[in-house]
Design a protein around this ligand. Structure first.
Ligand code: NAD
Length: 260
């Protein structure tokens, strides 16, 4: 056990999960807190889900706080990250996991919808990563940034063009930041989940689409949110993934490996 603890323990670390009030973000919070990190659950709308998540973290013996951040607004993210640093004295781990989606046909996508999706899914991660990285650079101890991308970022999915573009941009940004911040011991990686039932995709996962998804997923099922726990703890841990940066990694039951 000592070996595993040394490899994966996040004791003494401070983690922030933007979108921590959501389905995948919530399980990501549990993973980080379960591995020992003090964990800030970020929310944007009602605080109920975030409070609930913080209670769940405390029930497993973890330390949690909640903080409001609208990633469409740089000042809002900055204030939330400041709040975490003021409370716990440092920030070590940032997970960018907010997300919005839509199935509007290409010809009908309005500029407003385009901006809304790109602002939340891509620009928000850009602001948050820069703000957190600056604090990590100032402290000089490095850190880990984990972007929640999507299997749709590498192979174009039907129906969700704007979303897929935002996640493709996120993959590129991940590699770019990884290069630029490696000298500061900040590792930047992305996880590409396949299909996990959640709030933002509830309307999209119709029976017909489920059939198409399962037919293209060798494991023939959806993922469960807690199946992201292992990769998150691994990427967050400076011991377990010390030489991993700029990686964009699928957790998708084989979806991105499948052709015919
Ligand atoms: N569920 C899936 O199948 C799947 C697959 C691939 C990638 N993802 C990604 O995983 C992440 C989590 O999504 P989820 O599926 O758990 O959905 P979810 O709807 O349960 O969670 C989305 C979260 O985004 C937050 N959010 C929305 N707008 C925001 C804003 N302006 N500022 C700050 N936060 C905001 C919401 O409060 C919520 O907590 C997203 O980035 C999503 O794109 C999900």
């Amino acid at each position: 056990m000592k070996y595993l603890e040394k490899l994966f323990s996040l004791d003494g670390k401070v983690a922030m999960v933007i979108g921590g009030s959501g389905v995948l973000g919530g399980e990501i919070c549990m993973a980080l807190a379960g591995a020992g990190a003090k964990t800030a659950v970020f929310y944007s709308g009602s605080k109920e889900n975030a409070e609930d998540r913080a209670n769940k973290i405390e029930q497993i013996g973890g330390e949690a706080m909640i903080s409001k951040a609208n990633v469409k607004n740089e000042d809002s993210i900055s204030a939330a990250i400041d709040e975490v640093e003021n409370n716990w004295g440092r920030v070590d781990i940032l997970v960018n996991a907010p997300g919005v989606n839509s199935t509007t046909p290409v010809m009908d996508i309005s500029e407003e919808e385009w901006n809304h999706i790109l602002d939340i899914n891509l620009k928000g991660a850009f602001w948050a990563s820069r703000i957190a990285a600056q604090k990590m650079i100032d402290r000089g101890e490095g850190g880990s940034i984990i972007n929640i991308s999507s299997a749709s970022s590498e192979i174009p999915l039907s129906k969700v063009m704007t979303y897929s573009i935002s996640k493709a941009g996120m993959n590129n940004m991940t590699r770019f930041m990884a290069r630029e911040w490696a000298p500061h011991k900040i590792r930047v990686n992305a996880v590409m989940p396949g299909f996990f039932p959640a709030e933002q995709n509830r309307k999209i996962l119709t029976e017909e689409r489920q059939k198409a998804i399962f037919g293209h997923t060798p494991m023939n099922r959806y993922g469960e949110a807690d199946e992201l726990a292992g990769i998150i703890v691994w990427l967050a841990s400076e011991n377990a993934s010390s030489f991993v940066t700029g990686a964009v990694l699928p957790v998708d039951g084989g979806f991105t490996a499948m052709t015919i």
